[in-house]
Design a protein around this ligand. Structure first.
Ligand code: THU
Length: 136
């Protein structure tokens, strides 16, 4: 069994609470922090479209607001609302940047297509990142 199976399952469950009446695309995320806590999120849309927030950022901002800034791994799952996931849902560019604010380059990013868990790293998803060190 994959060591991140339960994290992926938490993302699948979080997806149930997506509010996505405009796209019909439901995403769930589960973020594991250094103390072992799992923070979840789902995408939340707006009739005005642009205020929409992705599942990953809901999870990240919840964790940070609860005092957790050390991230160990994140699982992301997405697909047509009301249906099981069948394809991988990689994090969007904005969420990659937000993850890079707190996560490290080797941080695992787990994707799931309903059958297999694909393990990537944040560094692979966002090479040559602009981060706090660029501001030194
Ligand atoms: N979405 C996420 O929640 N995470 C991503 O990384 C990609 C996109 C959401 C935003 C929007 O509600 C819907 O998926 C369609 O783009």
């Amino acid at each position: 069994m994959n060591k991140y199976q339960s994290l992926v399952e938490a993302a699948v469950a979080a997806r149930e609470r997506s509010y996505c009446p405009y796209s019909g695309f439901a995403v769930g995320a589960a973020l594991l922090t250094a103390d072992g806590t799992v923070f979840t999120g789902a995408n939340i849309e707006s009739a005005s479209y642009t205020p929409t927030v992705c599942a990953e950022r809901v999870a990240v901002f919840t964790a940070v607001h609860q005092g957790q800034r050390q991230f160990e791994a994140i699982a992301v799952v997405g697909g047509k609302a009301g249906e099981p996931v069948t394809t991988y849902c990689p994090p969007c560019g904005v969420c990659r940047q937000v993850l890079a604010e707190f996560g490290h380059t080797a941080m695992p990013v787990l994707l799931y297509d309903g059958k297999q868990i694909k393990e990537l790293t944040l560094g692979t998803l966002l090479p040559e990142v602009f981060d706090k060190h660029n501001l030194d």
